[in-house]
Ligand binder design. Structure first.
Ligand code: TEU
Ligand code: CA
Length: 576
């Protein structure tokens, strides 16, 4: 009688391959005679959209955005084509830093709604094949967190070592938001350390209990169906305060790996770290064999307008697009085949990309060119709310109309205390770089309060240009920035080209041309060319390729070998 359970080795290999194909976790490509394995993840072809809940949509008309507001716009987001919604912290918080001061990781911020609302959001996302990415602040909590309230009580309190307490301020450390990073506390006659605002005491990661607590908080949400995590300032958790080491402390990677093991490594989710550093550090974090993070945000491009020789972001300098190009190329080549890039030009801490990377003179073309340049690179595209509408920086002329703790911290330090900048100079810097530029309410239509709510005073001013720049205006206009983003996403996901956009090799061309960013994405059987003129002048180029078909363009041109590119002209094309 034949043994039904006995299979020969080749059948076994075929079955295994079949299973792996079905599972979509591994693909095989032939390179010469060698079989090469590549790991495929469910999120590799997905687009992330960042939501700042306080500003996205105010459903109950109390002047603050909310979760119900997000739910009401899910179809808008689905139509745009995005898959993963990264929500900045929606946890209980006194909002000194708009939620990055967490008072309880397991509770929903009442301003935004309830636990039921979050569960409803998760369920509504699921119906639309969309996912939620949460934002975990592991470096610090709010001073309103029970851990800190306990910690403050006495030197013997079991929570004392959850935070960093010293008898004296060390090394004259400055807070990221201006002023000293040490705050005196009368009750126990010691100082606690806060890298950010006073209300954001740093957790003491040298205490192993801290890691266990954070792991528990993460698992709580992953068990509810959250599918991604963005880690706030994760490069800071290994700090050695007594040696004045803040970023990339000696135990950082060991801690992140341990967190992976105790929490998210046991779930099939996607992770991205906010990690200010360089390419080598990005590789350490994201090399899959290290089991830490899937990708990190690199800030070399977005922070290049901050003048380090003067007062950083409050004395901005013009963007150097050649530097941006070379930096993008460096990360594409550096992470290629090893780990994964996070592609972004905006977030809730930056000004709008048209103001920073593009040109108001060529408003429409530069908005589209920035998208082409960035989102056909290899990696995961992140779009920040309103970016797809071409929202711009807001002109604020009264310091009191800014909300951000960072603006007020540096206003006090640079203008009032040290008199390094005049009021006008400071406001000028804010107009270019302040975080509030990206936090103004989303402009949904040209009605009262831009359709963001029904007329209650918004927590932050609405950009008066909402009468022109708003979603309703753009959704049915084929030439709008919104439609361009939608077309771009659809193209990236088109089954004919998707594999090339997601996995194709990145190769830069015409690198020596200052204002031109030209690259190809290549697989064994397909090549796609991406060309961007990154400046407001005409540029002539000779194409080293033959174009088969233009796939997306911000001008209606047909292209042959010699091209005169208009200011901010950008296109993607299939080439032979
Ligand atoms: O930001 C970290 C950070 O160092 C900067 O982005 C900072 O916000 C500042 O703009 C530099 O000039 C993260 C969050 O993204 C930010 O919103 C929080 O305020 C901060 O951490 C503290 O949690
Ligand atoms: Ca509200």
């Amino acid at each position: 009688m034949p043994n039904l359970f006995k299979i020969d080795s080749s059948t076994f290999i075929n079955l295994t391959m079949l299973l792996l194909f079905i599972n979509k976790s591994i693909i095989f490509t032939r390179k010469g005679s060698v079989m090469k394995m590549k790991l495929q993840k469910w999120w590799h072809d997905k687009i992330v959209y960042q939501i700042y809940p306080k500003s996205f949509k105010d459903n109950n008309n109390d002047g603050i955005g909310d979760i119900k507001g997000i739910i009401s716009k899910l179809d808008y987001l689905r139509d745009l084509g995005v898959d993963i919604l990264w929500l900045t912290p929606y946890f209980k918080s006194p909002m000194e830093d708009n939620g990055y001061d967490v008072a309880d990781y397991l509770e929903v911020n009442e301003m935004f709604g309830s636990m039921e609302d979050i569960l409803e959001l998760l369920a509504e996302c699921k119906k639309r094949n969309m996912y939620i990415m949460m934002d975990i602040v592991a470096n610090h909590t709010s001073s309103e967190h029970t851990w800190f309230k306990e910690s403050k009580k006495s030197k013997n309190n079991p929570y004392r070592d959850y935070y960093i307490w010293r008898d004296e301020p060390l090394f004259d450390c400055q807070s990221t938001f201006g002023g000293s990073a040490w705050e005196y506390d009368e009750q126990t006659n010691q100082y606690y350390f806060h890298e950010f605002a006073k209300g954001q005491p740093d957790l003491n990661w040298e205490n192993p209990k801290v890691l266990d607590e954070i792991a528990k908080c993460i698992n709580f949400w992953l068990d509810k169906g959250v599918k991604g995590i963005r880690f706030d300032v994760i490069h800071l958790i290994g700090k050695e305060i007594d040696q004045n080491i803040h970023a990339y402390g000696p135990t950082l990677h060991q801690k992140v790996h341990e967190l992976y093991k105790k929490s998210y490594g046991n779930y099939d989710i996607v992770t991205v770290g906010e990690a200010w550093g360089d390419l080598a550090k990005a590789i350490d974090f994201t090399d899959p064999k290290n089991e830490e993070l899937d990708m990190v945000f690199q800030f070399e491009c977005t922070s290049s307008t901050n003048d380090p020789l003067r007062l950083g972001k409050f004395t901005p300098r013009p963007i150097d697009m050649e530097f941006v190009k070379n930096t993008l190329i460096k990360y594409q080549n550096g992470l290629n085949d090893r780990s994964w890039n996070a592609l972004f030009v905006e977030n809730h801490d930056l000004g709008r990309c048209i103001n920073r990377f593009g040109s108001l003179e060529f408003y429409d073309k530069s908005a589209k060119a920035i998208a082409v340049m960035n989102y056909f690179l290899k990696g995961t595209p992140y779009i920040y709310q309103g970016q797809e509408l071409g929202m711009t920086n807001i002109k604020i002329t009264d310091i009191n109309d800014y909300d951000d703790v960072e603006v007020h911290g540096f206003y006090k330090e640079y203008v009032l205390d040290k008199k390094l900048l005049t009021y006008e100079e400071f406001l000028d810097g804010c107009h270019k770089e302040a975080r509030d530029n990206n936090r103004t309410p989303i402009q949904w239509n040209n009605q009262i309060n831009a359709g963001w709510n029904d007329g209650a005073k918004p927590w932050l001013k609405i950009n008066p240009n909402y009468t022109e720049i708003n979603a309703e205006n753009q959704i049915n206009n084929q030439n709008s920035i919104y439609s361009f983003y939608k077309d771009l996403i659809a193209l990236r996901k088109n089954s004919l080209y998707c594999n090339t956009f997601v996995y194709g090799k990145f190769i830069a061309h015409l690198i020596e041309r200052k204002n031109i960013f030209m690259y190809t994405r290549e697989t064994d059987n397909q090549k796609i060319l991406v060309v961007t003129n990154m400046c407001g002048e005409r540029e002539n180029i000779s194409l080293p390729f033959e174009i088969e078909k233009v796939l997306l363009s911000n001008y209606n041109h047909s292209y042959n070998e010699n091209i005169t590119l208009e200011p901010y002209e950008a296109f993607a094309a299939l080439i032979k």
